[in-house]
Ligand binder design. Structure first.
Ligand SMILES: [Zn+2]
Length: 472
């Protein structure tokens, strides 16, 4: 291991953006880590990490090692549009309905037990209940649905509870018809790509639109319905050699006016897919409200509303994928603010006892956040970076918009307007989003340094990937 101190002049935009590229030129195939120069002591390092943003010179450490290759098990889903015949469609609707029924019945049972102060049933006990329901005369029709699909639903419920207890999600909710209709086969599916057909137990061979090749061994298949179309998501597992990423480091500031601003000054414009379609959606919804509920015309109008919703979803996903792919290909280390999207997007109205403040403004912001898909963007960045051998680092958003990247002065006055940052101490002027991104990158460096010092890594340990906080 070679420790090579590089004293950077006043930390500025240029240096932070170029730092990584210089390093990857210097060590071909080595692992690059950064740590601050001034702090050698661990406690100080931690303190440094908590304060997150500093404006001092850095040391760059090179871990020289053999060009080792990391083999990773990659789980990947491939999604296709199914082309079922009439009989298969009816059966799929029935399967999805049975799964929903089982989920809701099991959830009701758990709630009932909770009210009576009894212990929650485990997965195995729920499966026993399921067998009884199938024998029961009134719900004997459950036997027509593949047992494994029903059991998977119970597993989903278990996971929903686990996520709730781990504070990752709200309490499990009852499923509604038409909302996320789906069922999953954990085994027994066969894929015949040459003839563009997929074998699903109790359904037989189902034709599908073969849009791309499936790679790896099939782990499970999820069949779902959305907007009148049926989809099959085939999850596979395969061994992949993780390449060594030669990109540099970058910080990202997420915003409303600009979807994502990079610390090198680049940015991605927002895709307000919802806004663009809002008028069309409003008209369609108005048309629907004028129809007699459940009439033929009402159903047609409803289908139109759903179509617009799905178009919005597709446009958004497409844009997010394009952004996250470009960023993950060009940068090995991406630092992002650890925004609690779940809290931010929560209703601003509050409760009757504690009504929220600035409800109108906040609900506008919340809508914009949801529309931008920040959470999905971060999820995509995380796995795409991992595939490319890079890593995502989430940093606490504290003071990232108020700290001067030039002199380190922290003040709310630094941010003169939404767009402009002018330091009251040294007069440094820059776009406010770019400043945020630079500070996020600095905080990321600091955080990485702490992690490296905590667990002195040997080169054989492989690239270190920051754990995302469990709060989101
Ligand atoms: Zn300053």
């Amino acid at each position: 291991m070679v420790n090579l101190p590089i004293h950077l002049f006043q930390f500025s935009l240029k240096v932070s953006a170029d730092l990584g590229e210089q390093c990857s030129e210097a060590v071909d195939g080595g692992l690059i880590e950064y740590s601050p120069a001034i702090f050698g002591h661990k406690d100080q390092m931690n303190m440094h990490g908590e304060n997150a943003v500093s404006a001092r010179s850095d040391v760059v450490e090179f871990f020289h090692g053999p060009n080792y290759i990391v083999i990773m098990q990659r789980l990947q889903a491939f999604k296709y549009v199914l082309r079922p015949d009439g009989q298969q469609q009816r059966q799929m609707r029935r399967f999805a309905g049975s799964c929903r029924f089982v989920f809701n019945k099991a959830l009701a049972l758990q709630q009932e037990r909770r009210e009576q102060g009894e212990k929650k049933l485990g997965y195995a006990e729920l499966c026993k209940q399921l067998t009884q329901w199938k024998r029961d005369g009134s719900t004997a029709w459950l036997a027509d649905t593949p047992s494994q699909a029903l059991q998977q639903t119970l597993k989903d419920l278990e996971r929903a509870y686990t996520n709730f207890f781990a504070k990752r999600a709200d309490f499990p909710r009852f499923k509604k018809k038409g909302h996320g209709d789906s069922f999953r086969y954990p085994q027994g599916c066969k894929l015949d790509q040459g003839n563009r057909r997929l074998f699903l137990p109790k359904l037989g061979w189902v034709r599908y639109r073969n849009s791309r090749d499936v790679l790896g061994v099939i782990k499970n298949v999820t069949v779902s319905q959305s907007n009148g179309k049926w989809y099959a998501a085939i999850q596979t597992e395969r061994e992949v050699a993780v390449p060594i990423h030669h990109g540099g480091a970058i910080g990202i500031d997420m915003g409303i006016a600009r979807f994502a601003t990079l610390s090198d000054g680049g940015f991605y414009a927002p895709l307000n897919s919802f806004k663009r379609h809002e008028t069309a959606l409003r008209k369609a919804q108005q048309a629907m409200s004028r129809k007699t509920t459940f009439s033929r015309n009402w159903k047609k109008a409803k289908a139109r509303v759903q179509r617009i919703h799905s178009r919005i979803g597709h446009a958004r996903r497409d844009y997010l994928h394009k952004c996250s792919t470009t960023i993950s290909q060009n940068h090995a280390m991406v630092c992002i603010e650890d925004l609690q999207v779940r809290n931010m997007s929560r209703s601003a109205a509050g409760t009757a006892a504690a009504p929220g403040r600035n409800v109108r403004a906040k609900s506008g912001l919340n809508k914009a956040i949801l529309d931008q898909g920040w959470f999905e963007f971060r999820r995509q960045l995380d796995y795409k970076l991992a595939w490319q051998g890079g890593h995502l680092i989430a940093v606490p958003p504290k003071n990232t918009s108020r700290t001067c990247p030039c002199c380190g002065h922290i003040s709310a006055d630094n941010r003169q307007s939404q767009a402009l940052f002018v330091c009251v101490a040294c007069g440094f002027e820059e776009n406010a989003d770019v400043v945020g991104a630079i500070n996020v990158l600095r905080a990321g460096h600091a955080r990485l340094a702490c992690e490296v010092s905590d667990a002195l890594m040997s080169p054989a340990a492989g690239p270190h990937r920051s754990e995302l906080s469990a709060s989101v």
